[in-house]
Design a protein around this ligand. Structure first.
Ligand code: ZN
Length: 430
């Protein structure tokens, strides 16, 4: 095959390359990169590159696609008491903290994140794209859209403080409140006007909203359809927070195929998700950490109580969905860093929990965090696989994560991170 290179290609070889496609592993595998694109992938000896190129040998390492966190919030918060923090912290401090947090996420091998609601993430996306800040590619929703008394409404605040458009409170974590199809269209257009990559909505209550419950459906089908229609007209998509059975079904019926949490999904919801080829992001990590940290998380007692209550049912329902073939993506739902414990940078935890709690194989967990999460980001044609023509986003993990998924948790074993063909972390070779 005759290949015309833009510049002299670079070649990276490791003990093995997993392309991100089920079962496709090349022992002594290499990846050929030209500029920001993958040219070829295969076993050493089976791939072509100019004779003058010296391959970079990553002995003892496994090369896999750059990981993608399909649901996270970059907020700059340092405690679960985010309303108090919003009152006391200048907005610039949130941004500065967010810069540190995304740097850690990139060092942990995550080359893309989907920020499912936070205006800090929206601003940092632009800063990363400009090249002034080091971080993963950010796909951002900015302010999410909630009904009044929805999951995105802060129930204990006066209503004029809780809605982004009227509030004097400049918080990273507030929503656009709207009721009725017309207001929902307007809120969607407001979000789009802010330059969002997709629209985030809440079609059920949740754990971290005081006066509702995860089971409560939020927005009517008509309201959800209005938002989906506005997103479609602007060539965007909708990603929903959906925990209760009814709100999951409403979202799927309205045409949403990116479903976060899925705690109380029932058989009808599973059937519809399969029919629509929807991808569910169970977000196990945030619950796992909240339950471990308990009161130290800073979350109010009513939120901790709902988290404890939901945990076991969540696991068994997601397991049921997985066994019936529902595609899962890996999203942590991290929304706050702890003062004592760096949560951002631990994003690989989601892969470990998908293996340990849901029963995925390590290979399936990596697929959840790559091609399935690329779908959630709307980038499935560009990232998430190591294939010719795809963007050169890949990492080298020490050892074999296909045998031991815990190697992918944290930053320690992530020796090399390449984003868009550029080496952004290298602790293996100079
Ligand atoms: Zn979330």
């Amino acid at each position: 095959m005759l290949v015309i290179y833009l510049s002299l290609p670079r070649v990276y070889c490791g003990d093995r390359v997993f392309t991100g496609e089920l079962g496709k592993v090349f022992e002594n595998g290499c990846i050929v990169v030209d500029h920001d694109k993958i040219i070829s992938v295969g076993s050493e000896g089976s791939i072509d590159y100019p004779g003058e190129v010296e391959p970079v040998w990553l002995g003892g390492y496994t090369i896999v696609p750059g990981l993608i966190d399909a649901h996270i919030h970059i907020t700059g918060f340092r405690s679960g008491d985010y309303v108090k923090e919003s009152l006391l912290t200048p907005f610039g401090v949130f941004i500065a903290r967010g810069i540190v947090d995304i740097g850690r996420i990139l060092d942990a091998g995550f080359t893309t994140i989907v920020d499912a609601g936070s205006v800090v993430g929206l601003h940092l996306r632009d800063a990363v794209n400009e090249g002034v800040v080091k971080g993963p590619r950010i796909v951002a929703s900015g302010y999410p859209i909630s009904q009044t008394f929805g999951h995105g409404d802060i129930h204990f605040l006066p209503i004029e403080l809780a809605d982004t458009r009227s509030s004097k409170l400049l918080s990273p974590f507030m929503s656009l409140l709207c009721d009725g199809a017309d207001e929902c269209r307007k809120a969607a257009r407001f979000a789009l006007r802010n330059g969002v990559d997709f629209i985030k909505i809440f079609t059920t209550g949740g754990v971290a909203s005081q006066r509702d419950r995860p089971e409560y459906p939020q927005f009517t089908l008509e309201e959800i359809k209005a938002i989906v229609e506005e997103a479609r007209r602007a060539n965007r998509f909708v990603h929903t927070h959906a925990e209760g059975a009814e709100g999951i079904i409403n979202a799927l019926e309205a045409g949403i195929t990116r479903i976060a949490h899925g705690i109380y999904v029932d058989q009808d919801g599973i059937n519809l998700a399969l029919e629509r080829n929807a991808v569910v992001i169970p977000t196990l990590s945030v619950v796992d950490l909240i339950l471990k940290l308990d009161e130290a998380s800073g979350l109010p007692s009513w939120a901790l109580e709902k988290a404890r209550e939901a945990h076991d049912t969540h696991i068994s329902n997601i397991r049921k969905a997985y066994r019936q073939g529902v595609r899962l993506a890996a999203g942590t739902d991290f929304f706050v860093n702890s003062k004592d414990y760096n949560i951002y940078g631990m994003n690989g935890l989601e892969l470990q929990l998908l293996v340990e709690k849901i029963g995925l194989s390590p290979m399936e967990a990596i697929i959840a965090a790559t091609s399935n999460s690329a779908y959630i980001a709307g980038l499935q044609d560009r990232v998430g696989l190591l294939k010719p023509g795809y963007t050169a986003d890949f990492i080298a993990v020490k050892g074999n994560p296909l045998n031991n998924i815990s190697l992918i948790v944290g930053m320690e074993n992530i020796g090399l991170v390449v984003k868009e063909g550029a080496v952004v972390k290298n602790v293996i070779s100079k």
